[in-house]
Design a protein around this ligand. Structure first.
Ligand code: NAG
Ligand code: NAG
Ligand code: NAG
Length: 405
């Protein structure tokens, strides 16, 4: 590689400057020889220690019982080395088109850098060589359990499995422990430790997006927490999102100390204070926007470096980045309801006793109108938070009547 670059430069030099002295050429040839010698040394050095460089970055302990029981078995048995891939693997799991398009086994040991790069690949060909049904990717970001799994199971029950996919990012050692009949079975992605309020939260969001992008049928990407519930049925949400020309990423200018107050002037000149935006982290976005977000490193690096100490990168990185470059793709609003009216650092939490027909109906139709494509709609929210686990039973009781699932 290095030698070729030098040769290219050399031929450029020759065509450009006919008068270049011969001794320069001689020095250059010596340079190439040294370059070749040292680069082959470097190659040998790296190939002799294949993957050890990245080992430390993987937070999942290699022999952790919980993670290995979830996913590793199939992978290790079937695709251990490159020669085994061809001879030993089940056809669907390895070199087939099917496994390229959507991975049944979500386990992999790519680093974030490798994963984001792979997920950023976009086909140049306009037509897919298969019947592509656009999918909704439901991406759950949680530390531990998902208390509303029974409600989500009901939401997904009977739906066309070609229309959705589920991804779960937990603490690395956490096992959801669902049975093999659950739609959440085997849907945990390789996760890393997340510290709330730090850039590691943005990393987890981008990790979820990237894993979901590997499935070429995923069209819309929804970030959800363990306290989120759907407030419409699947068909309605599917139609709303797949027919939408915009993404739903909250993004606004907040002049207070909780908005502009978190801006750091070291981000100049790339990010100026008038570019600075805030917004809830619970986004919904189109594939095209998701690819832009995981492909960015310049602005991400600025946030990693300068959005620290009560800055909350998860509330500013995507809203600012999208506002600066892809504002025309975004509706600047979120489809996940939350009630901040009580004031203070925490929103209203709906407990068991709060779950009534009236409350749920008021979430579905808040009385305001929101922009939808070129018009408006009175359906502003498709999901809602925050629900306490005690709300599960009452929700299961009235979901079929009020939420239509
Ligand atoms: C990834 O997994 C493969 C197959 O199990 C293994 O050969 C390789 O060494 C692993 N790489 C890393 C970085 O752990
Ligand atoms: C699911 O698990 C049960 C018991 O744990 C087992 O008998 C059954 O074969 C499994 N089904 C599939 C499809 O893996
Ligand atoms: C939920 O119920 C609690 C206790 O009954 C009450 O204090 C709170 O105001 C209710 N919240 C809502 C949003 O209705």
């Amino acid at each position: 590689m290095r030698a070729r670059t030098e040769r290219d430069e050399l031929s450029k030099d020759l065509s450009a400057g006919v008068t270049k002295p011969l001794c320069f050429l001689i020095v250059f040839v010596i340079g190439i020889v040294i370059g070749l010698a040292s680069s082959s040394h470097v190659d040998r050095y790296f190939t002799s220690q294949p993957y050890n460089l990245n080992r430390g970055r993987e937070s999942i302990p290699p022999n952790s019982p919980s993670t290995s029981s979830i996913t590793q078995t199939t992978y290790d048995q079937k695709c251990t080395t490159s020669t085994d891939i061809v001879t030993n693997c089940v056809k669907d799991e390895c070199l087939s088109m099917k496994s390229f398009l959507s991975q049944k086994n979500l386990n992999h040991n790519m680093t974030d850098e490798e994963l984001f790069w792979r997920a950023s690949l976009v086909p140049d060909k306009a037509h897919y060589p298969f019947d592509r049904m656009p999918k909704l990717a439901f991406m759950f970001l949680t530390r531990g359990p998902l208390p509303f799994i029974p409600l989500w199971e009901r939401f997904f029950k009977g739906q066309d499995v070609r229309k959705y996919s589920i991804y779960v990012h937990t603490s690395p050692e956490f096992d959801l422990g669902v049975s093999n009949s659950s739609v959440f079975y085997n849907r945990q992605i390789p996760s890393q430790v997340v510290e709330w309020g730090t850039v590691s939260l943005v990393d987890a969001e981008r990790r979820l997006l990237s894993n979901a992008l590997l499935d070429f049928s995923n069209e819309r990407f929804i970030l959800l927490s363990e306290s989120c519930i759907p407030i419409y049925n699947f068909q309605k949400i599917y139609k709303y999102l797949t027919k939408s020309i915009y993404s739903y990423l909250d993004s606004y200018d907040d002049p207070s100390r909780y908005g502009r107050g978190r801006y750091n002037t070291y981000m100049k000149p790339e990010i100026r204070i008038r570019d600075w935006r805030k917004g809830s982290q619970w986004f919904e976005m189109h594939r095209a926007l998701a690819i832009k977000i995981i492909s960015d490193s310049k602005y991400y690096d600025l946030f990693k470096k300068y959005c620290t100490d009560d800055c909350y990168p998860d509330e500013h990185y995507m809203p600012t980045f999208v506002h600066m470059f892809y504002g025309e793709l975004n509706s600047d609003r979120t489809v996940t309801y939350v009630d901040w009216s009580v004031g203070g650092p925490h929103p209203v939490i709906f407990e068991g006793g709060n779950i009534t027909k009236g409350v749920l109906e008021s979430l579905r139709k808040s009385g305001k109108n929101c922009v939808y494509n070129k018009g408006t709609t009175d359906v502003c929210y498709l999901f809602a938070r925050k629900f306490d686990p005690s709300a599960l039973e009452p929700l299961l009781e009235i979901s079929s009547v009020v939420l239509e699932y």
